[in-house]
Write a protein that binds this ligand. Structure first.
Ligand SMILES: Nc1ncnc2c1ncn2[C@@H]1O[C@H](COP(=O)(O)OP(=O)(O)O)[C@@H](O)[C@H]1O
Ligand SMILES: [Mg+2]
Length: 272
């Protein structure tokens, strides 16, 4: 398997560019548990990169390293061609890395619109005084924030529920609202932790289409964790396969699907 690729145009006409993020020899331990063992891989501009592997393989931990929630004991995270110093999650978000969570993390009592608005927080710069007095900068910022949020709400087709409290929505729509909130921050790199877990077939098809559209329309680079191999095959340009904290495969969906190591550890055995 080739684990690096050159910039190219995909069969469906999307541009895959240079390396946006690179994980170099990452090791992450929790006490005696080694969640990630010396893993290296890159994510290219414009790419949809999947991370697969059995439960406990270290996939969520890897996304948490990328988003600054966890700090690896060894290795380096490179972003836009430079090593990234240890950062807080909000600093990573300001650099253009957005995310959704494996377990939905929305404000259940707030409306869809207000939840999506919270996604703009990383872009709010006006001071309390500006906001209180409603002067120039704050007003311009507020208008721009509203426009962005409305654009995302239209794009993800959730206009009809914009005033509905999130707590009243079915699961599939909550996941879509979470995607909307992440997109409201206009991320360059979007991390999705099992965006389709627990969904029925129709909801999965909708979410797959939205992920492809986001990538295509906004040029957002996407790294996602997903169990459904059909979805992985349909969506992703390249796949990293993890097992017990180690990388056991890296390549195109076809390459990893036919790799004996991957079949033995993951594809050949039942999993959810
Ligand atoms: N915050 C944490 N504290 C202690 N152990 C953790 C923590 N997060 C993850 N782990 C452990 O790291 C390993 C990998 O977990 P995780 O990254 O959630 O796997 P996956 O997402 O592939 O199912 C597991 O053994 C898990 O128990
Ligand atoms: Mg996980």
């Amino acid at each position: 398997m080739k684990d690096t690729i050159e910039p190219h145009v995909t069969e469906d006409g999307r541009q895959i560019g240079g390396v946006l993020m690179e994980m170099k020899n990452i090791t992450l331990r929790f006490g005696g548990v080694v969640a990630i063992k010396d893993i290296s891989f890159d994510i290219r501009e414009g790419e949809i990169r999947a991370i697969i592997g059995p439960n406990g393989a270290g996939k969520s931990s890897m996304l948490n390293v990328i988003s600054g929630f966890y700090h690896p004991q060894e290795g380096e995270v490179w972003y836009r061609g430079a090593p990234r110093p240890p950062m807080k999650p909000y600093e990573v978000a300001r650099q253009g890395v957005g995310r959704t969570f494996q377990n939905i993390a929305l404000f259940e009592g707030m409306t869809v619109l207000d939840n999506v608005m919270t996604g703009r927080l990383t872009h709010m710069h006006a001071s309390i005084w500006d906001q209180a007095l409603w002067w120039g900068k704050a007003e311009a910022e507020e208008v721009h924030n509203r426009e962005q949020v409305e654009k995302i709400i239209d794009f993800l087709e959730i206009q009809a529920i914009r005033k509905t409290p999130v707590g009243r929505l079915p699961y599939g729509l909550k996941k879509r609202v979470e995607l909307a909130r992440a997109l409201a921050a206009e991320p360059s790199l979007l991390l999705l932790d099992e965006p389709m877990a627990g969904m029925n077939v129709e909801e999965k098809e909708d979410m797959s289409r939205f992920i492809l559209d986001v990538n295509d329309e906004f040029g957002t680079t996407i790294a996602l964790i997903e169990h459904d191999m059909g979805v992985v095959m349909d969506l992703s340009d390249r796949v990293v396969v993890m097992d017990y904290g180690k990388k056991i495969g890296d390549g195109t969906p076809d390459e990893v699907r036919s790799s004996q190591d991957v079949i033995d550890a993951y594809l050949g055995v039942p999993h959810e």
